[in-house]
Ligand binder design. Sequence first.
Ligand code: EPU
Length: 434
Amino acid sequence: MASAFLIKGLGDRPKLKGTIRVAGAKNAALQAMAFSILFKDTLRLSNVPEIEDISRMTELLEALGLSVRRPRKDSWELNVSKKISAAMPEELTKKFRASVVLTGPLLSRFGRVSLPHPGGCLIGARPIDLFLEAYKKMGAKVTEKSGCYDIAAPKGLHGAEIFMRNQSVTGTQTVMMAAILAKGQTVIKNAAMEPEIPHLAAFLNKCGAKISGAGTPTITIKGGGLLSAKGRAYKTPPDRIETGSFLILGVLAAKDLTITNCQPKDLEVIVETLRLISSSKIITSKNTITVKNKNKAIINPLSIKTHEYPGFPTDLQAPMAVLLSQARGESLVFETIFEGRLGYAEELARMGAKITLWDSHRLMIFGPRTLSGKILTSPDIRAGLALVLAAVIAKGESVIHNAYYIDRGYEAIEKRFLSIGVPIKRIETAEEGS
Ligand code: EPU
């Protein structure tokens, strides 16, 4: 059995009201689970979202031999109490991209790690060359056989200057973790600047790491010994992609919606863009965003181009395209980070959006078009949520298959959406959509 979401579209009238709470950031919590391997004592994590990718990561950590406890729904305790395996099991590693981040701490602590090419959403090639190049510079030997990598540094890693050819988020975080136990100083240049990176670095520094420059393009790490949490807990920051998606939903369909437990300062590009192109009233405070519409929002067309932080996030590109399907005129969406992230366009077109796919990176949308409910299939985590948004503003009923993808990134989305007035329910289906 698989699950799907059944959504009764609201049509044209903005109806959603109430408050919706943002969960902890998926990608920060996954990183924090990985850096538990750098600790000599128990690391506690709080505000961890209850999502499929976190379950996969805990399964993987347990399979490696870590002791994993969950004292509360949103908190975890992780401890490396015995020597753990450096061989990452194929089936679990291939289930999600974030598995690759374990290579940094495993290699630097135990001097060896082996893994198959990691899996993840089908949004592009997802290479790991930047990770491997960095490990080689830090003194590791990498061998590849039939799609499996063996990375060995029996005498430990040493510091190095690493220039990231692409500003890779997990690449930056993983090399940062590897450098914490390396001998000497590591400098990461052209580092990613996503807010989760300085957030993680600040916590690691409290526990004994020596990281400076996180949040800028140059990060310096002075290597040292194992970290110690001494009872401190890492509090996962709010998920900015979830926040942005709820804000887009608000512009499209809210009468009076407040998004709580969020950090609007990390989402300036979205808040400013939506203020510029929509008639919605968007009010921000330190930890909340309120969106108000008297009538259906007037949305002006816009060209967007995804960019590393603080630019327009690739993870919000699909929800934004749904919004632009309601704009008065022609918009262009240019996905610059991944080459397979427009897979939702066909589904949106079937719902009635006027979309022309130029190539695997660019599409043009001409709006506004009334969308109608359809049987849809979620292509990946973020595009899955975008289809939910499209179904909310459509006329008629939609079924979105592959709910698993949406569950990978969003905690109990149907409960939270139902509470603000989205007529949504989870249904069990015999098979996945086509
Ligand atoms: N890249 C390489 N070589 C590498 C690694 C990356 O060429 O070794 C390229 C990628 O192909 C891409 C660019 O570098 O063109 C940037 O990719 P990045 O490495 O930043 O992506 P990621 O770290 O694999 C994380 C998030 C993604 C998010 C991107 C971009 C996690 C687990 N994943 O991926 O989130 O889209 O950063 O912000 O943190 C999601 O949450 O649904 C998701 C896909």
